[in-house]
Design a protein around this ligand. Structure first.
Ligand code: UDX
Length: 438
């Protein structure tokens, strides 16, 4: 009989993990407290947009390997391994909110009727796995052995399924040989490099990796701002740097700063962890400070040129925190929209995927001193606009011909936070064009 796996939480981490385990042949049950979400998944609809996810979800469900339930007891009772993929949102002080982890741990303790391995996939502060193990032991109802392992997730949104099935590495953190062996066995069918370390090191690898990438972006944004002042071009600078294998060619794109559900949260959480341990993590602190400034730099630059946005038609191209996702968590577009609406701008916003999400932050109609209207194609946003902002690197936006800006806009004035266009071509088309670090 194939191994039984339960997964707690059906967000990006949990659902993708569950689907991929089923794809590898395991019998998987995904648990979520949200009845509506569970019903939706049973009907074959993924609650999040991820390339390939819905298809794999349906095929594995049809093959009888993937189930969805709100009944945690049924799912955990006889599972060989239970993966925890619930959220660890940020608290106001920058620390991680572990209440969902605690809730699931308690449910596990009260449900399991045979020995099992609990695997924490959620990003949690170093030392949390120790606490989860103790917590579960404290609440165990049956006389069984439960161990806890760390198995951090490195998937990026938009490429989640691919990043899971073809991960660069699998990190497993365990405190016993038996836990290590079980996890090695679970991941064997993936055929990927596995790094097996102690639990606390595994927890740290996740933060150290994410914060390193965030640092890389903030560093490039810092250098980009300096490039503007001294007449260098960040695109050329990045290209020149990228040939050095020690630097690498990825995550060198300067822009309006990083957003999303991970980098902003994980930088603050590590900063908090350091402070809590009496240490000041100066590099990560600087990374956060640079990012905060970067998010609205373009707005302030435009404000100097415009004096005010009151009553102006402002085209906003892109709302999601990056292309390929409908997620707007910590998206730089939010900070910019707030400033624009404060000033009375009449915003016409286009995004191929994130409009629904944006409506929960900024409902269509009058907001603050201004208003927001969502449109279905970029041309509608641009028609008659006094200024355009680009916040997301969508291919649909990149595909707009420079001449279109000139033809459609009242004033062909473009502030591009993603360096999507060739400056010469924009100039040739008669567009006044500003970007980052060039
Ligand atoms: C990230 C990590 O990549 C992933 O490994 C981890 O598990 C979760 O966090 P994600 O948040 O989905 O994934 O997006 P990512 O593609 O890494 O981009 C994060 C932010 O950085 C986005 O706002 C993006 O626009 C920005 N970014 C990225 C840049 O500004 N420049 C770059 O060169 C790369």
């Amino acid at each position: 009989m194939s191994m039984k796996i339960a997964v707690a939480g059906t967000g990006y981490v949990g659902l993708v993990a569950g689907v991929c385990f089923a794809e590898k042949g395991y019998d998987v049950t995904c648990v979520d407290v949200d009845e509506k979400k569970v019903e939706m998944m049973r009907q074959g609809h993924s609650p999040i947009y991820e390339e390939g996810l819905e298809e794999l979800m349906c095929s594995n469900n049809a093959a009888g390997r993937l189930h969805f339930t709100t009944n945690h007891q049924d799912a955990y009772r006889d599972a060989d391994a239970i993966f925890i993929g619930v959220g660890t949102p940020e608290l106001p002080d920058g620390s991680a909110n572990l209440s969902y982890i605690a809730q699931v741990s308690r449910q596990i303790a009260e449900s399991v009727e045979k020995d099992c391995l609990v695997v924490v996939k959620s990003t949690v502060p170093v030392g949390t796995n120790d606490k989860v193990e103790q917590f579960i032991k404290d609440f165990l109802v049956h006389d069984v052995k439960v161990e806890v392992a760390s198995n951090p997730e490195f998937l990026a949104q938009g490429t989640a399924v691919h990043d899971t099935l073809y991960a660069a590495r699998i990190i497993i953190g365990t405190q016993s040989r038996s836990a290590e062996e079980l996890l090695l066995k679970i991941y064997e069918p993936f055929g990927l490099p596995i790094v097996s370390v102690k639990r606390r090191s595994a927890e740290m690898i996740k933060y150290a990796s994410n914060d390193f990438l965030a640092l890389k972006i903030s560093y490039m944004n810092d250098i980009a701002n300096l490039c503007e002042l001294v007449g260098a071009d960040i695109t050329d600078v990045a290209k020149g740097m990228s040939y050095d294998e020690r630097i690498g060619s990825r995550f060198l794109n300067a822009g309006i700063g990083f957003g999303g559900s991970c980098f902003p949260k994980d930088t603050k959480a590590l900063e908090y962890l350091a402070r809590h341990n009496g240490y000041q993590l100066k590099t990560v602190e600087a990374c956060v400070a640079v990012n905060n400034r970067q998010k609205t730099r373009l707005f302030y630059k435009a404000q100097e040129r415009m004096i005010t946005f009151n009553g102006l038609k402002v085209a906003v191209l892109g709302l999601a925190f990056k292309a390929g996702t409908d997620d707007m968590r910590e998206a730089p577009a939010i900070d910019n929209l707030e400033l624009l609406l404060d000033q009375g701008a009449l915003v016409y916003a286009y995004d191929p995927k994130a409009v629904m999400r944006s409506q929960s932050h900024f409902p269509e109609g009058a907001i603050k001193q201004g208003s927001i209207t969502y449109v279905n194609d970029p041309q509608e946003a641009l028609r008659g606009a006094h200024i355009a902002f680009i916040f997301t690197e969508w291919p649909e936006v990149k595909a707009i011909n420079p001449v279109t800006y000139k033809e459609l806009m009242h004033t062909a004035l473009v502030y591009d936070g993603r360096n999507l266009y060739n400056q010469g071509k924009m100039l040739e088309a008669g567009v006044e064009y500003y970007s980052i670090g060039r």
